[in-house]
Design a protein around this ligand. Structure first.
Ligand SMILES: Cc1ncc(COP(=O)(O)O)c(C=O)c1O
Length: 379
């Protein structure tokens, strides 16, 4: 039978992620019509629970896009940056760079402000860039998945607003694992997706939109169709999607969000993620020659990146990956482009440990124990 030799690996990568058994079983729930009353039975609680996980930000509505996080980011660029606007894409890593790429390939007048890998956005440098470029819209990443840095979204949005610009946030790899601060930061749009800290398979981009965003979009030409937040919002208000959703994922999402809000509780989920960051930080201290890569005070609660000692190479990390597979784990040997750039300047690579979604602290400790001994066999 197809699938019989598919490996049952515990995923410690940064998405897709390990799924709870209940979520896997929810994949067997009945298919339904997306314009039928059965649709509301699923989407009414989904929308309510998304708002609860977001901290009930006043004036924001959740909208579900088919696709993944990138579709949501692209929609933000298409709908919220007009032809006469300048957009400043602030980047602390590969996903900040992706936002810039999306702006450029969609023909927007885009500038980029980049910070070194592992560092957070420096407020003073941002201030200077705001004065120099006077952008209308600014994009940045809440949680940079390529480096493990969590930016201070409230402080960054404050600077952006103080200069008369409007912020858009990519919260893809953190939403569901930590506070999104949408209510405090008040972005035009906050974007995320299913396959990270919410503990679901990939398939939807999720965004939170406010009236200010819809008013802005009215003035933007050529918003496309699936990338048009006004068209998307018209269906979201009916608790529907603009185009046909993946019914299997909707069923799983309905079950999982109910679990997050009513069983685990949002606060306990956020605390569990903080605890896992602390476990990862402590483990780094026990690993001779290994260091935490992300700047102190800005380390992500959903994933941790580690700088390896001089003897480690990209190829050796690939060997580590295969050895971890033999132990039943999927190891993340770091973001390819960053490791290539590090190798070019003679520096050792980084690797990442995803601890998002429904990974439990005891599972992480067990994983790090095995990883420690595998890494210890390289010197
Ligand atoms: C911060 C961030 N932004 C955007 C993306 C792209 O999202 P997707 O793969 O869901 O399209 C990712 C994926 O890892 C991400 O981590």
């Amino acid at each position: 039978m197809i699938g019989e030799d598919f490996a049952e690996l515990k995923l410690f990568i940064t998405g897709p992620i390990l799924l709870r058994d209940e979520v896997r079983q929810a994949g067997l729930l009945p298919e339904f019509g997306h314009r039928d009353a059965e649709n509301s039975k699923r989407f009414v609680p989904i929308m309510e629970n998304l708002l609860t996980i977001a901290g009930n930000p006043e004036g924001y509505t959740p909208v579900i896009f088919n696709g993944s996080g990138t579709n949501a980011l692209e929609a933000s660029v298409r709908s919220l940056v007009s032809d006469s606007d300048t957009v400043l894409n602030v980047s602390v890593g590969a996903f900040g760079d992706l936002f810039h790429k999306l702006a450029v390939v969609n023909g927007k007048k885009a500038m980029q402000l980049r910070f070194p890998y592992g560092k957070t956005i420096d407020p003073e440098v941002l201030e200077e860039a705001m004065k120099e470029h006077r952008p209308d819209v600014v994009t940045f990443t809440h949680n940079e998945t390529s480096t493990g840095v969590e930016n201070d979204v409230v402080a960054i949005c404050e600077i952006i607003r103080a200069h008369g610009a409007q912020p858009i946030i990519d919260g893809v790899s953190i939403f569901g694992g930590a506070p999104s601060f949408i209510d405090e930061a008040k972005p035009l749009m906050y974007c995320t997706s299913t396959q990270k800290s919410l503990g679901l398979p990939a398939g939807f981009g999720i965004v939170f939109l406010c009236d200010e965003a819809l008013e802005k979009a009215e003035k933007v030409a050529n918003r496309g169709y699936t990338t048009d937040i006004i068209a998307q919002m018209s269906k979201a208000r009916l608790k529907q999607t603009l185009t046909t959703p993946n019914g299997t994922l909707v069923n799983q999402m309905c079950v999982q969000l109910d679990y997050i809000v009513n069983e685990e509780t949002v606060q306990a989920r956020f605390q569990r993620h903080e605890k896992m960051r602390d476990i990862a930080v402590k483990w780094a201290g026990t690993m001779d020659g290994y260091e935490l890569f992300a700047q102190e005070g800005y380390r992500s609660p959903t994933m941790t990146s580690f700088k390896t000692p001089a003897h480690m190479t990209i190829d050796r990390l690939k060997e580590v990956k295969e050895l971890m597979r033999e132990h039943g784990y999927l190891f993340d040997p770091g973001y390819g482009k960053i490791n290539k750039e590090l190798a070019e300047v003679g520096d050792s690579p980084i690797f990442r440990v995803g601890h998002m979604g429904d990974i439990m602290p005891a599972m992480l400790e067990e994983y790090l124990g095995v990883l420690g001994s595998v890494l210890g066999s390289f010197s």
